[in-house]
Design a protein around this ligand. Sequence first.
Ligand SMILES: [Cu+2]
Length: 149
Amino acid sequence: MVANRRYLRDRHANGTRTMTNGFRRAFTGLALLYPASGQTADVWANAEPVTVVMADNSFQPSQILFHAGKPYALRLENRGKNLHEFTAPGFLKASTFKDKRVLSNGGTDIVVQAGKSATVFLIAPAKGQYELTCADHDWDGMTGGITVD
Ligand SMILES: [Cu+2]
C-alpha cells in the first residue's frame, strides 16, 4: 500500500520520470525472460508428431518408438467412452517436458477424459524399454510398451 501511494504521488508530481522508470522495469523483465523462452521455442518447434489412440480398452498402436533426446509432440486421442490413462512411470519420470502440469498421479501418468485429446511436448529419455499401461484398464489388457532407441 505504501509503495502504491508513493507511485500515485510520483505520477502526479512528475509523470515523465515515473513513466521512464516504468519502462526501465519493463525492459529489465523482458531481458530476463526473452533468452529462456527463445531457446524453448526452438526446441519444441522441431517436435515430431506422434499420435496414440486410446480406445475401450486398448492403445493403438500399443508399441511406441521414440529416439533418445529427440523432441516429440505426443498426441493422446481418447476415442473411447471411458476415461483412459497413459500410465508410464519409468518413461514419464525420465522424460523432459515443456509443461509438467500435463502429468498426474505423482508424474506417473497422463489422464485423458473420454472423447478428449491432449498433446504433450516431451524430449525422449535414455534408450531402453519402458512399460505402458492404462492404470484403470490394465486388467482388461490395456497395456503396451515404449521403446527408446
Ligand atoms: Cu483405460
